[in-house]
Design a protein around this ligand. Structure first.
Ligand code: ATP
Length: 252
């Protein structure tokens, strides 16, 4: 059970960016989606979120597609986009309240869950501020808090570390690890390979819309036939790969 992507192609106006993508993510797993600019990472996340319809294949959460039950599917997912999307007319507190409504939890419970997160991210004194007064990093932290207060079982996170200071990065990594240890699945993109190395149980390597490698580092070393390779070595090898490797996926 978890997220399963089967033989899936997706893209824009019949242009297939992603080709025959196959992978699954179990609950409790943290998976890094890695690839060059334009490889198709955001397109994959958008398709999982239901913002793009697959041109072929299926995406399921616990064996259900988005068409089976749209709101159930949506409530299973928390999304943190690359660029924070906040409502200019809502305060931070109102963003938390709105998230509560969207995810079917009481406002009281949402505010209770938010309290320690607001402290960690040093936002406890700006609950009544509007986004216009927030820095980029503060906006990103609001998105992170709103995601973490939900009961979502799957976190989809697009390049989450860019706007954050090192302290916030450290705390966010710890929060993601905790959430995974409590049984959530986490799929995130990043170009920061050192963070990926620290955080991920396994990886999905995308190149030109093809999944050219998947699994943990040991498995990737087998797939790329380099037993001493670092994640960075594999990344550079992967960027030379134009089509899927015909390799055993290993046990990762
Ligand atoms: P980055 O690391 O730069 O964020 P990415 O791996 O997330 O890149 P995508 O944004 O998924 O890459 O883009 C994959 C391909 O899809 C690119 O060739 C891009 O030109 C194309 N593409 C992305 N968004 C659109 C769109 N809205 N309409 C048409 N083509 C698009």
């Amino acid at each position: 059970m978890g997220l399963e992507v089967k033989n899936m192609s997706s893209g824009y106006r019949q242009i297939p960016v992603l080709k025959d993508i196959d992978f699954s993510i179990e609950y409790g797993e943290i998976v890094g989606l890695i690839g060059l600019n334009g490889a198709g990472k955001s397109t994959l996340l958008k398709t999982i979120l239901g913002l793009l319809i697959p041109q072929k294949g299926t995406i399921t959460i616990d064996s259900h597609t988005i068409l089976d039950d749209h709101s159930r599917y949506a409530q299973h997912i928390a999304y943190i986009p690359e660029t924070p999307v906040l409502y200019e007319e809502l305060t931070l507190k109102e963003h938390i309240e709105m998230t509560a409504l969207g995810y079917n939890i009481s406002v009281e419970e949402a505010l209770k869950r938010a309290e320690p997160l607001l402290k960690i991210f040093r936002l406890e004194n700006v609950m009544n501020w509007f986004p216009i007064h927030f820095s980029k990093g503060m906006k990103q932290k609001v998105m992170i808090i709103c995601a973490l207060i939900t009961d979502a079982k799957i976190f989809i996170i697009d390049e989450p570390f860019l706007g954050l200071d090192p302290l916030a990065i450290r705390d966010f990594i710890a929060l993601l690890k905790k959430r995974a240890s409590e049984g959530s699945a986490i799929l995130f993109t990043t170009h920061m390979l050192s963070i990926a190395d620290e955080l991920c149980d396994s990886y999905l390597l995308l190149s030109n819309g093809y999944l050219v490698g998947q699994g943990n580092l040991t498995s990737l070393r087998e797939q790329f036939r380099n037993e001493d390779a670092s994640l960075e070595d594999i990344y550079f090898a992967m960027t030379d790969t134009k089509a899927p490797l015909s390799v055993d996926k290993g046990d990762g």
